[in-house]
Ligand binder design. Structure first.
Ligand code: FE2
Length: 433
């Protein structure tokens, strides 16, 4: 699908953008003139501590029609499915698989369609993550959302998201992702039944993984990340601002659109990325490379090389390794692995894992190919073949232990109780001869 919106290219750039209706809206040579052009207000959005090191410091200056501060006091926004309570259930160490999450038939917008699946940590101490899904079918009308808790990496699986942000507009389709950082106000329109996954992180912002000996290019290239250009509306309305704060939702009313930023400059801005642009790297001789080679974005922890969460994809690619069991190896991991499926079928399990569903293999929970997959790939000798064509699975891999919500474990009624059976058919092939 093509997009009629314009974007600026590059990851983490210092951008500057003005709505073409108001040239000169962004002041030259300073941030805070005594009077801004067009009677605008200057407002800074800080994405890191003022004193964060220069290489990681992120902030943006908005030049807007009214400051964000003009709104009524916050009150509770009732939402039964957004949770930060990781003690609702006993921990569950099982191999878990969910059938596709239902999209409601009654009118539901993106905020009301949020469903928390699992998480760990606490936004209050700036440590941890949450995995949500969204299931919705209607537009957010005169309603905007912002998250005081963390950054959200959004992975649409069904339906295009037409997102208006304070920075401008972006369209995100299945097989594309976007990141909307802490504090940024946005509103989502959809064109029909829509579903997707969200990785929310508290510790840090997402960065591109280091490439080490890969060199200067490959994996997700910085130029393929796209940030909106400034767009504003000068509109009076009873606008509802929904805020996620310490895991709970609150609402405030304001008499003006929050999408009134006429120009902005800075390096703290939302972006989108098309997963089709991922330059996949893997073994061209033998053995199965660890899936970290497919990392698109990572949210680093303070422990070197250890992520709060990695966003990893399993794109179409050539499989060529010789004398090698090519599917994912049998595995126990000191990380938690939450997987979702955007398109098609996942290569290690041809049935049961469906688009819009999910799996969770928790810390040290054994997993790997099912019996049929093992038999086929260990017996058939293959040359160079294209694998995963027409599919896109992804993984949120975290160094935290994830707790399930009551909704994901019970209420949604989507857990596949037979999942463990996919390993029961594995035979003992041992022979001294
Ligand atoms: Fe794994």
């Amino acid at each position: 699908m093509t997009s009629d919106y314009k974007y600026q290219s590059g990851f983490g750039n210092e951008f500057e953008s003005e709505d073409p209706r108001c040239p000169g809206a962004v002041p030259k040579g300073q941030n805070n003139p005594q009077k801004c052009a067009y009677g605008l207000y200057a407002e800074q959005l800080s994405g890191t501590a003022f004193t964060a090191p220069r290489e990681s410091n992120q902030r943006t200056w908005f030049y807007r029609i009214l400051p964000s501060a003009k709104h009524t006091p916050f009150s509770t926004y009732a939402h039964p499915y957004v949770s930060c309570n990781w003690n609702e259930q006993l921990p569950n160490p099982n191999q878990l698989r969910w059938n596709p999450f239902d999209i409601p038939s009654e009118k539901t917008d993106w905020v009301d369609g949020l469903r928390t699946i699992a998480g760990a940590g606490d936004s209050r101490t700036r440590t941890g993550l949450t995995v949500h899904v969204y299931v919705c079918n209607s537009n957010m009308v005169d309603k905007a959302f912002y998250n005081s808790d963390g950054d959200m990496l959004v992975v649409p699986q069904a339906g295009e998201l037409d997102i208006t942000t304070e920075f401008g507009k972006l369209k995100v389709n299945p097989n594309q992702i976007c990141v909307i950082q802490q504090g940024i106000r946005f509103s989502v329109n959809v064109s029909g039944p829509s579903r997707g996954y969200i990785l929310e992180v508290f510790d840090n912002h997402f960065v591109l993984p280091n490439l080490g000996p890969i060199g200067a290019n490959g994996l997700a290239n910085p130029r393929d990340f796209l940030t909106p250009v400034a767009w504003f509306e000068n509109r009076t309305a009873e606008f509802k601002i929904v805020n996620k704060y310490q895991g709970h939702l609150f609402q405030a009313i304001q008499d003006h659109s929050p999408f009134d930023v006429v120009g902005w400059h800075g390096n703290y801005a939302p972006y989108k990325y098309d997963l089709a642009n991922f330059c996949t790297i893997n073994s061209v001789s033998f053995d199965h490379v660890d899936p970290s080679i497919f990392t698109v974005l990572t949210c680093p922890s303070n422990k070197p090389g250890t992520a709060v969460a990695d966003f990893v994809i399993f794109p179409a690619r050539w499989s060529v390794a010789e004398n090698t069991f090519r599917p994912p190896y049998y595995h126990r991991n000191c990380m938690s692995e939450f997987m979702g499926l955007i398109l098609g079928k996942y290569e290690a399990k041809e049935s049961g894992f469906n688009p819009g569903g999910a799996t969770l293999h928790s810390m040290m929970t054994p997993h790997g190919p099912d019996a049929d997959c093992f038999k086929d790939w260990s017996e058939t000798v293959r040359g160079a073949i294209k694998v995963a064509e027409g599919t896109q699975a992804f993984m949120f891999e975290s160094s935290y232990q994830l707790a399930l919500t009551k909704w994901s474990e019970k209420t949604c009624n989507k857990i596949d109780e037979d999942y463990y059976n996919c390993w029961q058919k594995l035979n003992n092939n041992f022979s001294l001869n």
